[in-house]
Design a protein around this ligand. Structure first.
Ligand code: GAL
Length: 408
């Protein structure tokens, strides 16, 4: 009897190890806050008996995505990879290189759970679901170091105009009013956030979604380009490349504020800063409280290895589970993709985002509206504009309007 029991125990152990599959996961989350968040995914996946093999790619999405795409198209696929919500993986899916997750989505009832439904729409092609949405990130935020203003006898700004008005005094004190890194997507993020705040969410959607070139070249956008020129002047002494280095300038008081997505929260948290006390977050720059439902999803290259395939399904389930959604998003500074989770631990900024989301004051992300190629052309324009003070707001607007006219 004893031998039979021993044999059963050994085979059970062997069976569990048989499913201990290593899965390489690529992403571009390498800042302090991002690493803390992605560790929650790794921990949750390892708890299933599989193994998260971290494939972090330093830099930003603009650096990582070409590497991810070439590995998949080159026959050296990872087990899973991050892309943003929207059209970045469109060609990979159309080429049949990505795994259909519809069975996992149906089993997990994602169609009912995921909100807003646009997140799942961005994963869907020809009625099949090819990614698991994992968060909602919005670029539309201004992050302010309260002490920088208070120490200079200034009230903490409650909106963009007050922030701009305070800039000369900060410059006199040797503080950079607006921190900005020079990765191309950051300069476009600043512009499209100014556009949404100062010209309104409808104008944003008409320009980026309907490709309305007349509007893009018209008087409403002229005001936004003037504001972008003001932001350029406030940011001229930033001298940093990465977004989180710019965030660090705000955290350490070298800068007064930063226009950045709510992933910046992860950096404040890692620096033990308290939202509402040490720093202030202004959604919609305190002008138009709207958030973009952009963010991140994971895609799974099609492989013919059943163990890898099983581990891929397991990871998708884990990433969207209630407990992992809370653990990951609290560290990431993003909002969960499902409404049925306990967010009592949410801080002041996350609560602001959740309230705006609940009101339905949302707009799609540029990656959901424009093709990767058109987004790249916009990025190239704004990194040039923000780095080249001799480029006038008028000239930049003319170039922008022509990009919009030819965008898809
Ligand atoms: C975005 C991504 C965020 C954030 C940011 C900076 O594309 O959605 O998760 O990490 O890049 O790396």
């Amino acid at each position: 009897m004893k031998r039979l029991f021993l044999a059963t125990a050994v085979s059970a152990a062997a069976l569990s190890f048989a499913h201990a599959t290593d899965l390489e996961v690529t992403h571009w989350w390498t800042s302090g806050g991002e690493a803390a968040a992605v560790a929650e995914f790794a921990k949750a996946f390892d708890a299933t008996g599989n193994k998260w093999v971290d494939g972090a790619i330093a830099g930003s999405g603009g650096t990582a995505r070409p590497i991810m795409i070439s590995r998949i198209t080159g026959g050296d696929p990872m087990g899973a990879t991050q892309f943003n919500h929207g059209r970045q993986a469109e060609e990979l899916v159309e080429a049949g290189l990505m795994r259909d997750l519809s069975d996992v989505a149906a089993e997990g009832n994602w169609a009912e759970l995921v909100r807003p439904s646009s997140l799942l729409d961005s994963c869907t092609l020809d009625g099949k679901i090819y990614c698991v949405p994992v968060n909602i990130h919005s670029p539309q935020w201004l992050w302010i170091n309260n002490a920088v203003f208070e120490d200079n006898g200034l009230a903490v700004p409650t909106n963009w105009d007050e922030f701009v008005a305070a800039a000369p005094k900060l410059q006199e004190a040797g503080v950079v009013p607006l921190a900005m890194g020079q990765q191309p997507w950051q300069t476009t993020l600043a512009f499209q956030t100014l556009l949404t705040a100062l010209a309104g969410p409808e104008t944003y959607t008409k320009v980026f979604g309907d490709k309305d070139a007349d509007l893009a070249g018209g008087p409403e956008l002229a005001k936004v380009f003037e504001a972008a020129a003001t932001a350029r002047d406030m940011a001229k002494d930033s001298n940093v490349q990465n977004w989180n280095d710019a965030t660090n300038m705000v955290i350490t008081g070298k800068a007064g504020g930063q226009i950045m997505g709510d992933w910046a929260q992860g950096e404040f948290q890692v620096a033990n800063q308290v939202a509402g006390k040490d720093y202030t977050c202004l959604p919609g720059l305190g002008v138009n409280e709207v958030i973009q439902t952009g963010g991140d999803a994971f895609y799974f290259p099609q492989v013919d290895d059943p163990e890898i395939s099983a581990a891929q399904a397991e990871l998708a389930k884990v990433m969207i589970s209630p407990e992992t959604q809370v653990a990951f998003n609290l560290k990431k500074g993003s909002l969960p993709v499902r409404g049925d989770v306990d967010l009592s631990a949410a801080n002041d900024c996350m609560r602001k985002g959740l309230e705006i989301l609940a009101k339905g004051n949302i707009i799609p992300g540029t990656d959901q509206l424009m093709s990767a190629d058109s987004n790249q052309q916009v990025n190239d324009l704004f990194v040039e504009f923000f780095n080249n003070p001799s480029m006038s707001a008028e000239d930049a607007q003319k170039l922008f309007a022509s990009i919009v006219a030819n965008a898809d």
